[in-house]
Design a protein around this ligand. Structure first.
Ligand SMILES: NC(=O)c1ccc[n+]([C@@H]2O[C@H](COP(=O)([O-])OP(=O)(O)OC[C@H]3O[C@@H](n4cnc5c(N)ncnc54)[C@H](OP(=O)(O)O)[C@@H]3O)[C@@H](O)[C@H]2O)c1
Length: 368
């Protein structure tokens, strides 16, 4: 039976898990708390991909004997040998009496087996505490482990009149420093950042993650560029040996251009083609196969439309700046053909509204 204190300790485990965000992909974030006689005697979280799991880190932090204690862990403990030995073994060895689990492992190959092995060892197990919050926290992992395709978050910054650049293409800067700093948080959180060649040409971006004062994970940079026309002198190409960079093109790309990009350290992926452009469906399948669990789509409008129209976007971060630029030819967050009727519109659900300095951030999810 779930007790009141179970919810409190699970919330603490969720907080700990959050510290792993951006560092554990394509693994989930996981937190663990060990409680004995009403006192927390150990805490841990999964800190980095390939390193110890939350349960073992919590045991390492324990100053007291764990016999008879309760362990709170946000995700079902693993029971197989992966990069580290099974956590269920450690729980049994440490003579834990009760394990409270946030949610079952969604991996169809693992789900339920960790719980079964703990019960078989005589340990009391409770599963399904704060599950809704946990599904949200590990939404990237949940999608990736069940579909092998990356979670796609679309980010856009627009003026109050819905423009992402002026009529001349100038777009620096629409939002203020706080909103722009938040974008770097997003780049840390998602494994890859993806832009269309139109944006790469117009903005000559670096697309790396710049956060001062703490460790970050640099995203893999992907340019969707059917004809491999990304300039050799662009910032992206010039830094390709420093930050992994992929150009997704089609078989129609010029061989010489492909070779020139490869020679300076750019990975070139020849994707399937759809109406002369890179097939987003195929690109996402390839990114998933390459172990990339999440993508931050940073525009521009044409590529955004292809992603939205294909039903490939999972969530949207829309920054709105209190400024107006006007202009019939100024670009908007979503271009492309557009839909014909309101009944065909791509509907979203508002999750949250945040103030970001002088700007506003809308967090939304696409409706499926
Ligand atoms: N404020 C913001 O948040 C923000 C963010 C990003 C960009 N921007 C602005 O947006 C503008 C660029 O937007 P854009 O719409 O011109 O360019 P874009 O969406 O960045 O790139 C479009 C180009 O990508 C290539 N592409 C390949 N496969 C595609 C596919 N499946 N679907 C769509 N495109 C595909 C096509 O060129 P090929 O045929 O050569 O392959 C296409 O013309 C710039 O002015 C930039 O400053 C603003």
């Amino acid at each position: 039976m779930v007790r009141q204190e179970d919810i409190e300790y699970m919330r603490r485990a969720i907080e700990l898990a959050e510290r792993g965000v951006g560092f554990t992909n394509p693994n989930p974030v996981v937190g663990a708390v060990i409680v004995k006689s009403g006192k927390v005697i150990g805490e841990g979280w999964h800190e980095r991909y390939g390193e110890w799991h939350a349960e073992r880190n919590a045991f390492k932090s324990c100053m007291r004997n764990t016999r008879g204690a309760t362990m709170y862990v946000t995700l079902e403990p693993c029971c197989h040998h992966g990069k580290t030995p099974p956590c269920t073994e450690a729980i049994i060895e440490h003579e834990i009496a009760r394990v409270v689990i946030g949610m079952e492992d969604p991996n169809p190959l693992v789900g339920g087996k960790g719980i079964a092995s703990l019960r078989a060892a005589g340990i009391e197990v409770e599963c399904g505490v704060e599950e809704e919050a946990l599904r949200e926290q590990n939404r990237v992992f949940l999608k990736y482990i069940t579909t092998k395709r990356p979670w796609v978050a679309m980010k856009t910054a627009m003026t109050l009149d819905g423009k992402i650049a002026t009529r001349t293409g100038d777009s620096k800067w629409i939002t203020g420093t706080e909103a722009r700093a938040y974008v770097h948080e997003l780049r840390h959180r998602f494994m890859a950042v993806l832009v269309g060649i139109g944006t790469a040409v117009a903005d000559n971006p670096l697309l790396n993650c710049r956060i001062e004062g703490r460790g970050v994970r640099q995203p893999i940079r992907v340019v969707v560029d059917s004809n491999a026309r990304l300039a050799l002198k662009s910032q992206l190409v010039r830094t390709a040996r420093e930050y992994r960079t992929i150009v997704a093109c089609t078989r129609f790309a010029d061989e010489g251009k492909v070779k020139a990009l490869q020679d300076v350290g750019v990975e070139v992926w020849v994707c399937e083609e759809r109406e002369g452009l890179v097939s987003v469906d195929d690109l996402l399948a390839r990114l998933g196969q390459a172990g990339i669990d999440s993508v931050l789509l940073e525009g521009g409008g044409s590529l955004n439309y292809s992603f939205l129209a294909g039903g490939f976007v999972d969530e949207v971060y829309a920054f709105i700046a209190p400024t107006i630029v006007g202009g019939m030819n100024a670009k908007t967050p979503v271009e492309g053909m557009g839909v014909e009727k309101m009944a065909d519109a791509i509907d979203l659900e508002l999750v949250n509204v945040l103030n970001m300095g002088e700007d506003v951030l809308l967090k939304l999810k696409t409706k499926r």
